[in-house]
Design a protein around this ligand. Sequence first.
Ligand code: DHB
Ligand code: FE
Length: 319
Amino acid sequence: MARIIGGIGTTHVPSIGQAIAEGKENDPYWSPFFRGFDYVHGWLAREKPDVAVVFSNDHGLNFFLDKLPTFAIGAANEYRNEDEGWGIPVSKPAAGDADLSWHLINQLVGDGFDMTICQEMLIDHAVTIPMALMWPGERVWPVKIVPISINTVQHPLPSLARCLDLGRSVGRALDAYDKDIKVVVIGTGGLSHQLDGERAGFINKEFDLLCMDELGRNPGVLTRYSITQFIERAGAQGVEFLNWMAMRGALTGAVSEAHRNYHIPISNTAAATMVLENVLVTAKAHGCTSGKDVDCCGVKSKIEASKKPEQIPALGVLR
Ligand code: DHB
Ligand code: FE
């Protein structure tokens, strides 16, 4: 079975690529953001995932407003980047894991997610920037990827609940996969930002922190926001948080927050980085010697509690 080691949420602002190309990681503007990845580097070096499932939104490199799938998944053995017009260097390609992609596609379609299946797919800054942040300076990326694209651009968008469920379907498929691989799940974009219109430059720290607090311990709470309510609070592009919701949904075990960094601003965006660890449910998996498979050391109860969004305590008035 594939082992889901955890999830990473990260901003994907393109100018990060410029900062990397120009070696500005330690400049005063950039340092508080890049330092937030020191923990991530140590964690990835320890955990050594084989594959990254990456939830992100395409920004017009594959799909434009004329044709925009709600959910699309790559089923290729290689994904290339192309010049996106941000003035950042074109990234090296990422290797894909087409076998795993097809396994996920079967589970997802079986669960009622009618995915657009892409045997050719370009990856844009929403994939390449997070990879450059997570694995800096590598000649080839040390993981294969399965990219999953969520429409955060052309309304109507999928709901937060739907994206959480999409992630859950991916998590179940990973748990059922017969190859012994380690998987990290990544959600990119956000947090609050708006790039255009009257509210260009909008950032909402209080709401971002609420989203980060709830994502780890109780993501079901966040499904109470409609897309419109979410955009009011997070900005038109802050809704890229849908990718973080899907990432969280794919964590099928006991989830705990291992790390977060929050920094305002990077370009027009509240930049956030988060690591959620995923501990397997079974006694064997977390080294319990009590011999019980369920509820040993209280781990199972913790998991069940975190899996029942209907039983969540009310948040009170929507903030
Ligand atoms: C910026 C943020 C994004 O999410 C993006 O896709 C492009 C640009 C920005 O803040 O500059
Ligand atoms: Fe974006």
